[in-house]
Design a protein around this ligand. Structure first.
Ligand code: FAD
Length: 383
């Protein structure tokens, strides 16, 4: 039976980063187990782009973690010689008293993050592609942009292997049990032992750690890539990432510039989606077929803010959020446990943190605590 210091189950966004930070520590024997290929389209990380931003409207407590995440992404870029972060800037718009504008301003003020106020006239000159309602406030965060998730996960995985980690794809965790300080991990292919176990199983977590079933709601999210009338004005360099707090309904619409698929992989077109928990689902039963109505409703709402319109919806896809009741992450030891760690419930906004979450998980596994401020993400808050 092969034996490891740490086994990481789920080599997706958080797990690939954890494998890397663990393997970097000399002498640590690490195994990463992933049930599909690395990366893949069944979970929460596919789709070419993820927004990264620092003036965090969700809560200012995330900002110190974001500072570290930015630092770690840059380190990974210089180690691999691969660009992972594209600084496009981010346009925010919404009612002045809405959660988005209020939250961005609060975090920017508390942590001195550059966020520029744009008048309606200034916004029209800078980004004529948008139609922003006259009663919306507009802000612009220059040091925000996008990450390329597939490249990030591949980079972490490659570097983890280079540093000595063993990574098994197409292998599924079936069960684990702890006896006298040793953990036995059974997969569909083999049995291993380890001292510490990290569960980064995304939308599968309610099955893998059923004690968190009540706190985790998996939802089906729909996103689309469309071809604008004048695609040239939406390309990387000319068009920013954007996030608009819709006044008509809860949640926000967001999108990205058109990325060159030949260079960056992924799909062709302008990507847009709605950030709000969709229909609750089970990861093993999700309906991946998107109806014409879902597609049309999404693009109609997006067109409200990008009025020039689209010639076609090139492709639409589903993706999964794993939501906690307060939409904050869970990073902690399992209840009454010091050897099994869980990182889950990223509630549709976790990717940008993968580089810092990987570091935190390696510290929890190797030292029993993290130097980074993660107290507000403790699972104990639900008791
Ligand atoms: C449409 C959409 C848009 C998003 N936009 C943004 C954004 O702009 N910015 C942002 O920061 N975040 C964004 N997110 C959120 C972000 O992508 C997720 O929070 C993040 O990817 C979650 O990472 P994870 O590691 O928990 O899950 P995943 O990356 O899905 O990884 C979990 C892995 O565990 C594996 N696994 C599960 N069970 C087992 C098992 N039994 N055995 C072996 N392997 C197993 C899975 O196969 C999977 O690879 C978005 C999410 C979606 C769906």
């Amino acid at each position: 039976m092969a034996s490891f210091d740490v086994i990481v189950v789920g080599v997706g966004s958080m797990g690939s980063a954890a494998c890397y930070y663990l393997a970097k520590k000399s002498g640590v024997k690490v195994l990463g187990i992933e049930q599909f290929s690395i990366p893949h389209e069944q979970g929460s990380h596919a789709g070419q782009s993820r927004i990264i931003r620092k003036a965090y409207f969700e809560h200012p407590d995330y900002v110190p973690l974001l500072e570290r995440a930015y630092h770690n992404w840059r380190q990974l870029e210089s180690k691999t010689g691969t660009q992972l972060y594209f600084p496009t800037g981010l346009l925010y718009a919404g009612k002045s008293d809405g959660v988005l504008i209020q939250g961005v301003k609060a975090s920017a003020k508390q942590y001195n993050i550059q966020v520029d106020a744009l008048s309606s006239a200034e916004s029209k000159i800078k980004f004529p592609q948008f139609h922003i309602p006259a009663d919306f406030e507009i802000l612009f965060e220059p040091d925000a942009g996008l990450l390329t998730p597939e490249r990030c996960i591949l980079s972490f995985t490659e570097q983890a292997i280079k540093a000595g980690a063993t990574i098994h794809s197409q292998e599924q965790l079936i069960a684990w049990k702890e006896e006298q300080g040793s953990i036995t991990v059974t997969t569909n292919k083999n049995t291993y032992t380890c001292t510490k176990l990290i569960l980064t199983t995304g939308a599968w977590t309610p099955h893998v750690a059923p004690e968190f079933k009540k706190q985790l709601t998996v939802t089906r999210q729909v996103l689309a890539w469309a071809i604008p009338q004048h695609g040239d004005s939406y390309t990387l360099g000319k068009f920013p990432c954007w996030l608009i707090d819709d006044a008509q309904q809860p949640g926000m619409y967001y999108g990205f510039p058109i990325l060159q698929a030949t260079q960056l992989g992924g799909l062709v077109g302008l990507k847009a989606a709605y950030h709000y928990p969709g229909q609750p689902t089970d990861v093993n039963q999700i309906n991946r077929t998107i109806s014409k109505t879902e597609e049309t409703e999404l693009m109609k709402s997006v067109q409200h803010y990008l009025p020039e319109g689209f010639t076609t919806i090139h492709v639409s896809k589903t993706c999964l959020y794993t939501n906690t009741p307060d939409e904050n992450f869970i990073i902690d030891f399992l209840p009454n446990q010091r050897n099994v760690i869980i990182a889950a419930g990223f509630s549709g906004h976790g990717f940008k943190f993968a580089s810092v979450v990987g570091e935190v998980l390696s510290e929890l596994a190797l030292k029993g605590e993290s130097k980074l401020p993660i107290g507000f993400l403790s699972a104990k808050r639900f008791k």
